[in-house]
Design a protein around this ligand. Structure first.
Ligand code: PLP
Length: 392
């Protein structure tokens, strides 16, 4: 062996790369709008008080650190899937297979491996644009990435052009990066197309609670597909809504046709997990389960999520108002307040984005997406001035 001379230098990750550049910058007014992580109004990471309470209580229980089963903490899986499928849960529970996953990305990874092994078609349709890592995860598993048009600035239309029996990846709520979700009527249209064409639905739900500030209201898509018995996978993450980013808490679930099919599916899922990472980490799932099971803590958590969603909405409003009213921008910034969730798809082009980082020390992805969670009352005016300057 003569070393790794054959290994080419890879590009930095578009999002983690931004955080690295941001860290190196010592300009005092620098702003990181790249990563989708919630910050409080002083720009600090936010540990949810409900999570802190759960951790203190768990510590008192003196729990061991033994291995979890391959599919993870059963109590957590039940609570997580019940929360995602809402009222439909009881009618599907005997056909639902789930596995605690290494956050949302881990759930996508299990999906990608399972599909590549057992799904007849190797094409997966993702929205254009979508979260960049979707493409990495699914192409790593040998699937071909195809795109359907998502964001049409003229009609706000959403069209999925895919051959019959395709795998279609949809964002369950708070679409990343556009912040534009289908209306209920549009979801019903999507369901019709999915049914007619026999598509397989992969729902990515990384932001439950962040779209509307209400967990139940954000389950429209999951409930719609599940209640219509559409063959589907669901990938949940508790990174954003519980602020458990680094704890890696997520859940993969598959809606199968019968308990018998569920049993076969689960047996293969376990084999897949065992060969990949054996079993998932214990700590974060315990926290999530503790909160989900405890009535008082759960309602406290719901309020904390409402608080995060509310702060994001007020920052959208502030940014738009300063641009339009104070700075008299000649552009409309209505989309900042129309879009929902953690992100805003600003419409800034790659040159404007480059100027923002070079001249203003403001960091965001090349596609013009900003994480609203990185904005606060102290930096919103500076950001508005910067955006106004590059768009004038
Ligand atoms: N899916 C989407 C659309 C996301 O934006 C993210 C995180 O940014 C994820 C999945 C997964 O994140 P995690 O693996 O941290 O749960």
């Amino acid at each position: 062996f003569h070393g790794w001379g054959n290994v080419p230098m890879g590009p930095p990750d578009p999002i983690f790369g931004i955080s690295e550049a941001f860290k190196k910058d010592d300009f005092p007014k620098k702003i990181n709008l790249g990563v989708g992580a919630y910050r409080d109004d002083t720009g600090k990471p936010y540990i949810l008080p409900s999570v802190q309470t759960a951790e203190v209580e768990l510590l008192k229980q003196d729990l061991d650190k033994e291995y979890l089963p391959m599919t993870g903490d059963a109590g957590f899986r039940t609570e997580a899937t019940r929360m995602a499928y809402g009222d439909v849960y009881d009618s599907i529970r005997d056909r639902l297979v789930s596995a605690q996953s290494v956050s949302g990305t881990g759930a996508l990874l299990l999906s990608s491996r399972f599909l590549s092994k057992y799904y007849p078609s190797k094409d997966i349709y993702v929205s254009n644009p979508t979260w960049g890592n979707h493409k990495n995860v699914f192409s790593n598993a040998g699937l071909n990435i195809k795109e359907y048009r998502y964001y049409n600035p003229v009609t706000k239309g959403l069209d999925i052009e895919a051959p019959n029996d395709s795998i279609v990846l949809l964002h369950a709520c708070a679409h990343n990066p556009t912040g534009v979700d289908p209306t209920h009527a549009q979801w019903n249209d999507i369901l019709r197309v999915v049914r007619e064409k026999g598509h397989f639905v992969l729902l990515d739900m990384a932001y439950q609670g962040f779209a509307s500030g209400d967990f139940a209201r954000d389950t429209y898509a999951t409930q719609l597909f599940a209640s219509n018995n559409i063959p589907m996978f669901l990938c949940q993450s508790f990174a954003k809504n519980m602020g458990l980013y680094g704890e890696r808490v997520g859940c993969f679930s598959a809606l199968t046709a019968s308990p018998e099919e569920a049993a076969r599916f689960e047996s293969q899922l376990k084999i897949l997990v065992r060969a990949s990472y054996s079993n998932p980490p214990v700590h974060g799932a315990r926290i999530a389960n503790f909160i989900l099971k405890n009535k008082n803590l759960r309602s406290q958590w719901a309020n904390e999520v409402k608080g995060m969603a509310g702060r994001i909405i007020s920052m959208r409003q502030a940014l738009r108002t300063i641009l339009e009213n104070d700075l008299n921008s000649k552009h409309s910034w209505k989309h900042i307040t129309d879009q929902i969730g953690m992100f805003c798809y600003t419409g800034l082009n790659p040159e404007q984005v480059a100027t923002l980082s070079k001249d203003w020390h403001i960091y965001l992805t090349k596609n013009g997406r900003i994480s609203i969670a990185g904005i606060n009352s102290s930096n919103v005016r500076y950001l508005a001035e910067a955006i106004h300057s590059v768009t004038s």
